[in-house]
Write a protein that binds this ligand. Sequence first.
Ligand code: HEC
Ligand code: HEC
Length: 79
Amino acid sequence: MKNNIIFAAFIVLVVLLLLLLSGTKSPQIPKDTLHIDIQEEAECLPCHAEGAINARKETHPPKDQCFLCHKRARKAHKD
Ligand code: HEC
Ligand code: HEC
């Protein structure tokens, strides 16, 4: 029983670590007019879901919790 809890904690740790590592190379959310006002992840999908105007690549990580990996750019890179 105790071993199961330790094992579960270990799995959680590994998953978090992987998220953190993949997060470091995720491109930032551009600070342009398209992105500046968005508060919720659901609002990203109309443009970034499959078949949308800026669909993510096939190699994109499968998860949809955008803000876990994509942070906001501090400086505007266009606009
Ligand atoms: C109105 C459509 C639209 C919405 C909504 C939108 N995006 Fe975008 N996104 C774009 C377009 C178009 C580009 C490419 C041009 C640019 O840089 O703005 C882009 C670029 C990006 C990039 C940069 C990719 C790179 O290669 O640097 C990221 C990251 C991104 N979007 C994440 C998000 C996230 C996360 C959300 C939700 C918070 C979101 N977008 C909402 C249209 C949108
Ligand atoms: C687990 C981390 C993670 C999550 C969650 C995530 N992304 Fe990404 N995203 C990445 C990484 C890493 C890249 C760079 C991929 C590459 O260069 O091949 C990326 C690239 C992008 C790009 C640039 C185009 C592309 O496919 O490379 C856009 C746009 C984008 N993400 C939007 C989003 C949106 C919108 C969401 C939420 C619906 C989201 N991402 C969730 C990690 C993530």
